[in-house]
Design a protein around this ligand. Sequence first.
Ligand SMILES: [Zn+2]
Length: 221
Amino acid sequence: MLLQTAREEIAQACSRLTSDGLVVGTAGNLSVREGDMLAITPSGLPYQDMRPDLVAVVDYHTGEQVEGPLKPASELDLHLTTLRVTGLNAVVHTHSHAATTVASLQDVAVLPAVHYYISMFGGPDVRVADYAVYGSPELAANVAKALEGRTAALMSNHGSVVAGPALSATYTLALELEWVCDLYLRTRAVGTPKILSDAQIEAVARKIRDTGYGQSAPKEG
Ligand SMILES: [Zn+2]
């Protein structure tokens, strides 16, 4: 089986998507690039039925399917474009509640720096990409524009997309983006959000670059 590890990772992450509140039904999708190929969730399969062998594999350069019995996600273009623009290896696209709510507000062009976590996405804000019909090349192009210098974007009246170096880290980043969106909505609901300056966000980004963020458990034994 091509890309066995990536397909196993995707199937495992799918089992958490609904309980983690990132998707409803079959909305949202995940992908992992390895060299010239991409493993991506298939279109329209309920997440509880996901297995590694059902994950689609496509050519990274052409998007043509090379393995898997089911068609790739309808947002294949979005995934390929996000990987190309960011130069990263994994993508999580969701329709989570808070991110989609922020992306559906008339007066919001960016998710501002309401929390220093915003620095994890490459800049002092996360842009909202213009709306276009799902699965269309226009949507992928709008997201590419919103991703300039960023590793995440909100998608107007649709959801969010996050890129990262590997699927597990990207999945965590998607949860963190959802959390920042939720915080933004809460602050707006009770008052005026206090927004961190570009310099304050850059200082956080520098600190993460220099010292990392969080720790990993040392191996036992
Ligand atoms: Zn979508």
